[in-house]
Design a protein around this ligand. Structure first.
Ligand code: COA
Length: 336
């Protein structure tokens, strides 16, 4: 009997209107457009001025609904990947469930930072492969501007806000959909990329705020060294496990933290830049939203085509990292 597989049957995304450019940042901290471009590849990022992560998630879902016509009442599970939930609890997934009117769905959050979307689609696909559910909504959304210190030039240049969503359903053809995955965790990386304040270890006090412990902390150089190897290795591993040559892969969909990490991964896979989805220049690092944001953008402009093999790859806080191999099944959007 053929294996029951999960596949993406709808995509959508949302980015806020407000643009924060490198030139804007030059006025806020001691940096330059030239430094940011050459070290990271980022030119601008989006900022959600009013509202929270659930607003990004709901707007991404509304775009998915407009693209697909899915009825929220049919959705059975909602998974929201985020490190910037509206609140510690209830889960942002619960807020989204209520706001989109997915009355039948149960909902929860996944905290795996920049790998949150990969962890979540692998998790969602298990629900479908097991036969337990047929419609799983997976959203990656982060309001990174809510945990970034805009006086810290090391980090404030890197991040932006966005939300993006995919719908997972059983694939009609077992040759399409999520074919394979490798996911990893190395908790020894925890000290290098974290938010120390606000949790049960350091509940918020005047002191934790004075020490800026409610902001994201990153030792960029330390993270860079492992990310550049980790993301390239896992992408190469998923190719070799599935006997794929570089010409068999239509797209690399990498997490967008730094252009140099993306280039190293593409090089390891033997892929030309023309086969790499890149939007870091426009949006910076949008954490859990990054990978579905690429999928949605590329699908909406007709560049992501049914039958293409795509490799999604990520590296993030935890450390968490991984890769997913997918054969894309969604037909191009209908022309208006
Ligand atoms: N503008 C100008 N100068 C800056 C700067 C900025 N925004 N940020 C840092 N600098 C300075 C540093 O202070 C340092 O100066 P010094 O040599 O006098 O101390 C110099 O630039 C080099 O800094 P360094 O940290 O070595 O830069 P880098 O080449 O490692 O790039 C990052 C920094 C953050 C862009 C890079 O390390 C990175 O992308 N890290 C990984 C991010 C990541 O993958 N995260 C995981 C997923 S979230």
């Amino acid at each position: 009997m053929n294996k029951r597989r999960a596949t993406i049957t709808a995509v959508g995304h949302y980015v806020p209107d407000k643009v924060l450019s490198n030139f804007d940042l030059e006025k806020m901290v001691d940096t330059s457009d030239e430094w940011i471009r050459t070290r990271t590849g980022i030119v601008e990022r989006r900022i959600l001025e009013k509202g929270a992560t659930s607003d990004l998630a709901v707007a991404a879902f509304e775009n998915l609904r407009a693209n697909s016509g899915v009825d929220p009442a049919d959705i059975e599970v909602i998974i929201v990947a985020t490190v910037t939930p509206d609140m510690f609890f209830p889960a942002t997934g619960c807020l989204v469930q209520q706001r989109i009117g997915a009355k039948k769905a149960w909902a929860f959050d996944v905290s795996a930072a920049c790998s949150g979307f990969l962890y979540s689609i692998v998790l969602g696909s298990q629900f479908i492969e097991s036969g337990a559910y047929r419609k799983v909504l997976v959203i990656g959304a982060d309001k990174m501007s809510s945990i970034v210190d805009y006086t810290d030039r090391n980090n404030c240049i890197l991040f932006g806000d966005a939300g993006a969503a995919v719908l997972l359903e059983p694939s009609e053809d077992s040759e399409y959909g999520l074919m394979d995955h490798r996911l990893y965790t190395d908790g020894s990386g925890g000290d290098y990329l974290c938010m120390l304040g606000g949790g049960s270890l350091n509940p918020p006090t005047h002191e934790t705020v004075d020490k800026k412990m409610h902001y994201l902390y990153q030792d960029g150089k330390a993270v860079f060294k492992v990310a550049v190897i980790g993301m390239a290795e896992v992408a190469a591993e998923i190719m070799s496990r599935n006997n794929l040559r570089s010409e068999d892969v239509a797209w690399l969909v990498p997490h967008q933290a730094n252009m140099r990490i993306i280039d190293a991964t593409a090089e390891r896979m033997g892929l030309d830049r023309s086969k790499v989805m890149i939007n870091i220049d426009k949006f910076g690092n949008t954490t859990a939203a990054t990978i579905p944001l690429c999928l949605s953008e590329w699908w909406q402009c007709g560049k992501l085509k049914r039958g293409q093999n795509i490799v999604l790859a990520s590296f993030g806080a935890g450390y968490t990292w991984g890769a997913v191999l997918m054969k894309w099944s969604l037909e191009n959007p209908k022309k208006p």
